[in-house]
Design a protein around this ligand. Structure first.
Ligand code: CP
Length: 311
């Protein structure tokens, strides 16, 4: 992976850990250029992209598809339910097939942590892998759109340096939290973690401080809420919606204590009245819709970087 004159060039994008700070800022700035209509982009040949989603998705799947179509890529339909996976084909063999067909980029979401390792280590598979989320592992395109949203808001204040950011909720099961805590710490942000003890692990202590949401809500610049990931729970921490909301969620009272220029983020989908009070989803401090919109443009920047890597 290289950056030349601000142009990022990638073979794959599977984690945030493998991106340098320069590459992260390059992708954010390019995402902004796409958003503001300032980016020149032209394909030198026909390129094929396939979106393989083995777990449910609305935002990631559809915003990659919009990004691909905006860039003029040929998008290959793939439905896991009607594919040869039903005949016992493995993920590896499915991607080997895509590569043999000449698909240039595979965007993949899969429930298995680190599913991408055997794909990017393969000597035969030529297609580039973009991780659209692996189990409870990483979600790099979500992290980049979150960073783009924060950058847009605070760039006058040196972007991430010394920003106070609380990540609140189901941290253990969240690939968004894991991607973001690593990169935000590296970019100089001051991190805090809030939420149920059952969904927190001491391994996160190297990135920030774990404390009750009520001790920090009035001091943060960014309150990053997380979805409660029922599908990844194994009985640990079962809360009623009302109890979770009262103890850990964004109530009206907590919203009213936020600083004037603080923003609320959530990767969505949102469990309304659980992580966040229903009518706060679209409140003035909420950037949840802006995150979804930025997702298209930062994904254009990611796809362009992969195409740069093929040039
Ligand atoms: N934020 C996010 O990944 O949403 P989807 O699951 O809808 O893609």
């Amino acid at each position: 992976m290289v950056v030349t004159n601000g142009i990022v060039s990638l073979k794959h994008l599977v984690t945030m850990e493998t991106l340098s700070n320069e590459e992260v800022l390059g992708l954010i700035k390019r995402g902004l250029a796409f958003k503001q209509g300032r980016a020149d982009f032209k394909l030198d040949r026909q390129y094929f992209a396939a979106n393989l989603f083995f777990e449910s998705s609305t935002r990631t799947h559809k915003s990659f598809e919009v990004a691909e179509k905006k860039l003029g890529l040929s998008v290959i339909e793939f439905d896991a339910k009607t594919s040869s996976l039903n005949k016992g084909e493995t993920l590896y063999d499915t991607i080997l097939t895509m590569s043999a067909l000449g698909v240039d980029i595979c965007v993949i979401r899969h429930s298995q942590d680190d599913y991408y390792k055997e794909l990017i280590d393969s000597r035969t598979i030529q297609t580039s892998i973009v991780n659209g989320g692996d189990g409870s592992g990483q979600h790099p395109s979500q992290s980049l759109l979150d960073l783009m949203t924060i950058y847009q808001e605070f760039q006058e204040f040196a972007a991430f340096e010394n920003l106070k950011i609380a990540i609140a909720g189901d941290i253990t099961h969240s690939r968004v939290a894991k991607s973001n805590m690593q990169i935000l710490k590296r970019l100089g942000a001051q991190l805090y973690f809030c939420g149920p003890e059952e969904w927190y692990s001491l391994e996160f202590d190297v990135y920030g401080q774990y404390l009750p949401i009520d001790e920090i809500v009035d001091q943060v610049d960014v309150l990053m809420l997380l979805r409660v990931q029922h599908e990844r729970h194994d009985g640990r921490g079962s809360f009623s919606k009302e109890n979770y909301h009262r103890l850990y969620g964004l109530t009206q009272e907590r919203y009213d204590r936020l600083k004037d220029n603080a923003i609320i983020m959530h990767p969505a989908p949102v469990n309304r009245n659980v992580e966040i009070k229903d009518d706060l989803v679209e409140a003035p401090k909420s950037r949840i819709a802006a995150q979804m919109q930025n997702g298209v443009f930062v994904r254009m920047a990611i796809l362009e970087a992969i195409l740069n890597g093929k040039a």
